[in-house]
Design a protein around this ligand. Structure first.
Ligand SMILES: [Zn+2]
Ligand SMILES: [Zn+2]
Length: 176
């Protein structure tokens, strides 16, 4: 299985991911936008698409390993939401997003060496976009999450034996 080596900007946090992604999406939901604005205010390295969406490479959790620097990971939650977005404390690199109970991790563009991130296959949650005119029509659009998207997620979960290991982290911050 092909292994990709990912890292935060300063190199303290390193990850290895094995195999092909479940799917690569570009999310336009309000939460990703709000979290993204927060990350940008912190000085995060480039993690967005030029259209403002947030690309994510969705990988099975059992195929993602933090091989160095896990002590530099901080989890961020928005208000009462249970989704956790992980960013590094060393250099404010967005690393991945974890849905509560999810069997996959959504890796941010910012951890992929330039030019190595898999291409976006699907734009999701475009119904949250204030101006859909920013999208160029080159990628399939899901106003909400599409059936094919859930089918791919379900297939990966079956392959994992229905396990959803939770990511352990020392620091968790709630934004209000
Ligand atoms: Zn770093
Ligand atoms: Zn989103």
């Amino acid at each position: 299985m092909k292994t990709a080596r990912l890292a935060c900007t300063c190199g303290k946090v390193r990850l290895e991911v094995r195999g092909a992604p479940i799917i690569t999406t570009e999310c336009h939901c309000n939460s990703c936008r709000a979290a993204g604005d927060h990350f940008e205010a912190l000085g995060a390295p480039d993690f967005r698409s030029p259209n403002g969406g947030t690309p994510f490479v969705m990988m099975r959790k059992d195929r993602v390993d933090v091989v160095a620097g896990s002590e530099h990971l901080k989890a961020i939650r928005l208000g009462t939401g249970s989704t956790r977005r992980f960013i590094t404390t060393c250099c404010n690199t967005p690393v991945f997003l974890e849905f509560k109970g999810g069997h996959w991790l959504s890796l941010y563009k910012s951890v992929w060496p330039v030019g190595t991130m898999p291409a976006v296959e699907l734009r999701t949650m475009t119904s949250d976009l204030p101006d859909p005119g920013v999208l160029d029509g080159t990628v399939q659009i899901g106003k909400r999450q599409t059936w094919g998207f859930f089918a791919k997620l379900l297939g990966a979960w079956i392959a994992m034996g229905f396990r959803s290991p939770r990511v352990e982290v020392q620091e968790e911050v709630i934004l209000r």
